[in-house]
Design a protein. Structure first.
Length: 205
């Protein structure tokens, strides 16, 4: 397994983290758990991380099969996924999106960790598309599952220290990190789109 976790997988790890961008969820997490004790706050963080992990594991294991059922060509999905990543990256880079500071503070128990923090705030169509595409590649599903486990752990760690992180960097610092991630995402999406188009047209092979 170690040998299969190659340079491409490290690149995929960075790309998936940029897409998930758990730092951008910090203001919502702080707002939604402001009146909760520390134990409850940790439970919400664990629920959010578990939600992200389960969704991405499902995408890894069953995503390609679902595409087959609907008769979707993988290259077409790669092009569509690339477009989604480009659009998401541009929205992040330009600061266009749903405000993250105004989520309610009184979510029911740890459920607020699953919705809206885990889904759709952290994990959404873009990250799901990336996982499906990577799992369908030559490296197989096992390295992708390792990456999913790592990013789920990072999501949990980020939310665990959300309050001190927010106090230290504030909204401006988090917005800067989000915009930088958006620039990275745009380039990743453009690469996906280009490779999908080349494969569909039989260019460069």
């Amino acid at each position: 397994m170690i040998s299969s976790f190659n340079t491409d997988m490290f690149g995929f790890l960075g790309a998936l983290l940029a897409i998930l961008n758990p730092v951008a969820a910090v203001p919502t997490f702080v707002s939604a758990t402001a009146t909760r004790p520390d134990v409850s706050r940790q439970h919400v963080a664990a629920t959010a991380a578990a939600t992200v992990g389960l969704i991405l594991v499902g995408a890894c294991l069953f995503g390609e099969g679902i595409l087959s059922v609907f008769g979707t060509d993988l290259n077409a999905f790669r092009i569509g996924g690339g477009l989604i990543v480009v659009i998401s990256g541009l929205r992040m880079a330009l600061g266009v999106g749903v405000p993250v500071q105004d989520e309610p503070k009184n979510g029911a128990g740890a459920a607020v960790g699953a919705v809206p923090i885990g889904l759709p705030l952290i994990c959404g169509p873009t990250s799901i598309s990336m996982v499906i595409l990577q799992a369908s590649g030559p490296d197989g599903k096992t390295p992708v599952l390792v990456v999913v486990a790592i990013v789920s752990l990072i999501v949990w760690l980020t939310l665990t220290i959300a309050e001190p992180l927010f106090k230290r960097f504030g909204t401006v610092g988090i917005e800067v990190a989000t915009r930088l991630s958006g620039m990275l995402l745009s380039s990743i999406g453009a690469s996906l789109l280009l490779h999908g188009a080349q494969a569909a047209l039989g260019i460069g092979r």
